[in-house]
Design a protein around this ligand. Structure first.
Ligand SMILES: Cc1cc2nc3c(=O)[nH]c(=O)nc-3n(C[C@H](O)[C@H](O)[C@H](O)COP(=O)(O)OP(=O)(O)OC[C@H]3O[C@@H](n4cnc5c(N)ncnc54)[C@H](O)[C@@H]3O)c2cc1C
Length: 307
């Protein structure tokens, strides 16, 4: 997309024709759409409200040669201070339907994982307890194979409805998604998740609730939930725990500008007030260099970068 608004206007018109006038925002600050509360403006921020609109928006962007990025709830994302020169397709804002058929729950991609977990509990369905404290969308969770406390998406996912790279809408079985630790075909092949079906089991609602309460208590005890962050900043390196390595390197509390290694949980980089993306990058790089220097392990970010 050209620097001036040269390339933006015709595409913006086309996108408005697909999703409606009110669902195309210009120069939208990404700090309002990420849990880090960091990030400059996106040229265009588009909110499709059904599957066909998602497909048509993606197609319009591709045909215009515009860069595009599929956004969930922005809970695993660091957007640069300059923002994004392209189209943010805000799938999570518009696709929020849920349907239940026996023990199967189908959630559109934008459903908040915590709400999906809560709904399953209310219905007496077990399997999604692990997700009760993960502030991402169902689409983002499939992308990352999100997981916590011994459970992950792969354990309960039956299938996903996706837009394929060629623009077709297809259903793919979970077994064919190559789900692994923070890994999936959604990520490696650029599939866009429209909905996910979870195969749950009947359970005792009181036991389900007790498990969720216990997991939330553990999170509140250990994680800096009072400060903006994107959760665990680094992936778990083989044979180690990122948080322990960072703590042992003496980096807990290390601060650069408005970003710091959390004093409560060294695995989290937090926004202690007014952090820029450059601050967060500086903390991440310092942690990587120092941990590598002291222990010979290069930590790999789990957080995705959008520039
Ligand atoms: C306080 C806190 C605690 C957290 N705890 C955990 C945890 O316990 N376990 C865990 O795994 N994660 C955790 N996270 C990280 C995050 O919530 C998850 O990784 C979540 O799955 C990201 O979903 P999202 O919708 O926010 O994705 P985003 O941050 O919006 O996007 C992340 C990636 O997913 C892609 N994506 C999003 N939606 C779609 C879609 N519909 N189709 C295709 N691609 C898509 C994006 O393009 C991007 O590359 C935590 C985050 C926070 C802030």
């Amino acid at each position: 997309m050209p620097e001036s608004d040269g390339g933006r206007e015709p595409l913006a018109w086309r996108l408005r024709a697909i999703v409606g006038e009110d669902n195309v925002l210009e120069m939208e600050p990404m700090s309002e759409h990420t849990t880090f509360e960091v990030g400059g403006p996106a040229d265009l921020y588009v909110i499709p409200e059904d599957f066909d609109e998602v497909r048509d928006v993606l197609r319009a962007c591709d045909e215009a040669g515009a860069r595009r990025f599929v956004l969930g709830r922005g809970s695993d994302l660091l957007v640069s201070d300059e923002g994004y020169r392209g189209v943010v397709v805000a799938v999570a804002d518009g696709l929020t339907g849920v349907s239940v058929d026996g023990e199967e729950m189908t959630c559109q991609a934008g459903v908040d994982l915590r709400e999906a977990s809560e709904m399953a509990c209310e219905l007496g369905l077990t399997g999604l307890e692990f997700a009760c404290g993960i502030p991402g969308s169902v689409g983002g969770a499939c992308f990352m194979n999100a997981g916590a406390y011994g459970g992950c998406v792969a354990d309960v996912l039956k299938c996903v409805r996706v837009v394929m790279p060629d623009g077709d809408i297809e259903t793919i079985d979970a077994a064919d998604l190559d789900l692994g630790y923070r890994r999936s075909r959604v990520a490696s092949e650029g599939l866009v998740v429209l909905a996910a079906t979870f195969a749950l089991r009947r359970g005792d609602p009181e036991k389900i609730r007790a498990t969720m309460d216990d997991l939330m208590r553990q999170r509140e005890e250990k994680q800096p939930l009072d400060l903006p962050s994107a959760g665990s900043t680094f992936k778990r390196p083989e044979g180690y725990f990122a948080g322990k390595l960072i703590m042992d390197a003496g980096l807990q509390g290390y601060q650069h500008g408005g970003a710091a290694v959390s004093k409560k949980h060294a695995g989290f980089v937090v926004n202690v007030g007014g952090a820029t993306a450059a601050d967060v990058h500086a903390v991440i790089e310092h942690v990587q260099d120092e941990v590598e220097r002291q222990f010979g392990v290069r930590l790999e970010p789990e957080v995705r970068f959008l520039e």
